[in-house]
Design a protein around this ligand. Structure first.
Ligand code: 3PG
Length: 305
């Protein structure tokens, strides 16, 4: 059986080696395509039985080009890059690897926040996190790691997640909220961890951001698509105290940077999960899951059931 690992943004070398070991130990064949184009993917997927990707786009064309494909594993959390309908139509199981890269993303939240609060280390006087309030939008694996780390900074914590029982949020020492307006109005920092779905795309914009307290900082380590960029630009124009950090460039990055300079910061590529540890954990989990599915239909993390 051929297991194709296709990553535009390559895994760390140690992770690739570990994936190789897992595949070899199972007696399967590994094909690794790094920094490939869509044409490369279309070619390589033709005789693949399993496909492992990161944020790489797996659309209907890719799926239709893969008659032998049984399973796609997204080495990571968000699977908005995979056409689930097309996969289901072709009887292909799609899984993610929940939790494997969430600490890395959560650590980057604080990396970016501290940098923004210290005025991007330009030598001027900044501000501290201690005693400030943080609103966590979605209390999944990343949100929970953000809460854990925020406690070390002595921050006050609130979270909103309609899919998570209040008791789970409370157990983590976080106050559960039930209203997104409150989340934005009550917190100095708001950290976004919602997935990109038809319901959430463009859902964070002018009205919500304008509710933030003075000197509010919006942090996006989720997806750029959840932001209404025009609305956010308007809010930043009207509120010179607000700041925005994002782990990925917005579509209108040039306009943001031109208009708001040091009040915004964007990573050049999505960097949240880009650590040796997260690559290793997510890559190995993906390889093990793909092999377990091919062997006996193991599908614990299937997302297209
Ligand atoms: C995820 O959904 O797991 C993260 O956004 C990381 O994505 P990446 O693997 O493309 O870095």
């Amino acid at each position: 059986m051929k297991i194709l690992v296709f990553t535009e943004k390559p895994f760390a070398q140690a992770a690739v080696k570990a994936i190789e070991n897992v595949v070899n130990a199972a007696g399967q064949e590994l094909e690794l395509v790094e920094k490939g184009t869509k044409a490369d993917l279309l070619q390589a997927v033709k005789n693949a039985n399993a496909l492992i990707v990161r944020s790489d786009i797996v659309d209907a064309e890719v799926i239709e080009n893969a008659p032998e494909l049984k399973v796609i594993v997204r080495a990571g959390a968000g699977y908005d890059n995979i056409d689930l309908e097309a996969a289901t139509k072709h009887g292909i199981c799609v899984m993610n690897t929940p939790g494997q890269n969430s600490n890395a993303v959560a650590e980057l939240v604080f990396g970016m926040v501290v940098m923004m609060c210290r005025n991007q280390y330009n030598g001027t006087s900044g501000s501290e996190l201690k005693g400030k309030s943080l609103g966590i939008y979605a209390f999944g694996q990343v949100g929970r790691n953000v809460a854990r780390i925020a406690k070390g900074f002595d921050m006050k914590l609130e979270a909103l997640d309609t899919f998570v029982p209040d008791a789970v949020i409370e157990e983590a020492g976080v106050k559960p909220l039930h209203n997104v307006d409150e989340l934005f109005a009550q917190n100095d920092f708001v950290s976004l961890h919602i997935p990109a779905t038809p319901a959430t795309k463009g859902s964070i914009g002018y009205d919500l951001v304008m509710k933030m307290p003075k000197n509010g900082v919006l942090i996006n380590t989720a997806r750029k698509e959840i932001i209404d960029e025009e609305g956010l630009i308007k809010a930043l124009e009207e509120r010179p105290d607000l700041r925005y950090v994002s782990d990925i460039k917005p579509s209108k990055a040039d306009e943001f940077e031109h208009k708001f300079a040091a009040r915004v910061f964007f990573t050049p590529k999505k960097m949240g999960a880009q650590t040796a540890e997260a690559n290793f954990n997510a890559g190995v989990a993906a390889a093990e899951q793909a092999i377990a599915y091919l062997k006996d239909g193991w599908n614990k993390f299937q997302v297209n059931k």
